[in-house]
Design a protein around this ligand. Structure first.
Ligand code: SAM
Length: 300
């Protein structure tokens, strides 16, 4: 964990467009003076909207595992008095202890990958990236995806693709990878996956490697374990009674965990029986919003 220092190095402007902006601010029920954590601050799109609604005297604390995204957030929030910290959201209790804040009023989690990370060909997140297949949000720690792809046993790879990608051809793909490794780049992996799966006739809705890429990203970043820790341990400790948590998820595995957690009536008053989805016009303007689901709850 480290606080970010102001940095004037020229980063190109972010391309990420925050999803469900109106729904997020409404369900967070923001008023001046609140202390709000954006646990996945990214390019600071949501954070800027939040910051405007909690002034004067409100405080925004933004966390992200990715130093590149924190640079974008710094630019977006410069001069606003926000606190940005390089940390995973599971480190929130330590971050708050250091800032001498016992508990906060609101927490936003907009999970997964930002458009800027996807577009950065050096990170290995996109199918056409010629760079090393890294896929870590925080490249200063942990195990990159190429290490998993090249070292894991065939069975383990199949498990990852099946459990984290819900990939029906998981075993076939794992076998093909093991026969063709080492795999160095994302583009190589995408080609191997494409060669291992049947090609249905007609236009395909998604790239054949979509589920495998999702699965590897989840595995490399321990995304589901992080989310479980957040829901079971971090939010109960860090959110004030009456405080609100708002989640945006992008696949069913994440959404299921949030949905199950909010069912606990001893801990949460669920505000979204069904998850909110982006309107047709938002989906047209921001295709990334098509798979977004928003859930919100009040901590009892
Ligand atoms: C969808 S983007 C957030 C975009 C942001 N809401 C905005 O409007 O610009 C998700 C961000 O979460 C970060 N992230 C992923 N896992 C994280 C974790 N465990 N802790 C903190 N940040 C994380 C990613 O690096 C990425 O920048």
């Amino acid at each position: 964990m480290s606080d970010t220092t102001p940095d004037d190095s020229t980063t190109t402007p972010p391309i990420h467009v925050p999803v469900l902006p109106r729904e997020v601010t409404e369900l967070l029920d923001l008023t001046p003076g609140l202390t709000v954590v954006d646990g996945t601050v990214g390019a600071g799109g949501h954070a800027r909207l939040i910051q405007e609604l909690i002034q004067p005297a409100g405080r925004l604390i933004g966390l992200d595992r990715d130093p590149m995204m924190l640079k974008h957030a710094e630019r977006a929030l410069r001069g606003s008095g926000s606190t940005l910290v390089h940390a995973g959201y599971t480190e929130l209790p330590d971050v708050l202890a250091r800032l001498q804040i016992p508990a906060v009023d609101r927490v936003l989690l907009d999970l997964g990958l930002s458009s800027d990370q996807l577009a950065d060909s050096e990170r290995g997140f996109s199918f056409d990236s010629e760079a090393a297949l890294d896929m870590r949000y925080d490249t200063t720690e942990g195990v990159p995806a190429w290490d998993i792809v090249n070292r894991a046993a065939e069975k383990e790879l199949a498990r990852i693709f099946y459990e984290y990608g819900e990939e029906r051809y998981s075993r076939r793909i794992a076998r093909r990878i093991v026969n063709q490794r080492p795999v160095a780049t994302a583009v190589e992996l995408a080609r191997i996956v494409r060669s291992a799966v049947p090609h249905p006739k007609g236009r395909q809705r998604i790239h054949p490697a979509t589920r495998v890429f999702q699965a590897l990203r989840i595995a490399a970043n321990h995304e589901l374990q992080q989310l479980e820790t957040l829901l079971d341990e971090v939010l109960p400790r860090c959110l004030k009674p009456g405080g609100r948590a708002v989640f945006i998820t992008f696949h069913s595995l994440e959404d299921r965990l949030v949905k199950q957690a909010f069912r606990d009536r001893n801990r949460w008053k669920n505000l979204t029986k069904k998850p909110l989805r982006a309107s047709a016009s938002e989906q047209r303007e921001n295709p990334r919003s098509r798979s977004a689901k928003l859930r919100a709850a009040v901590k009892l």
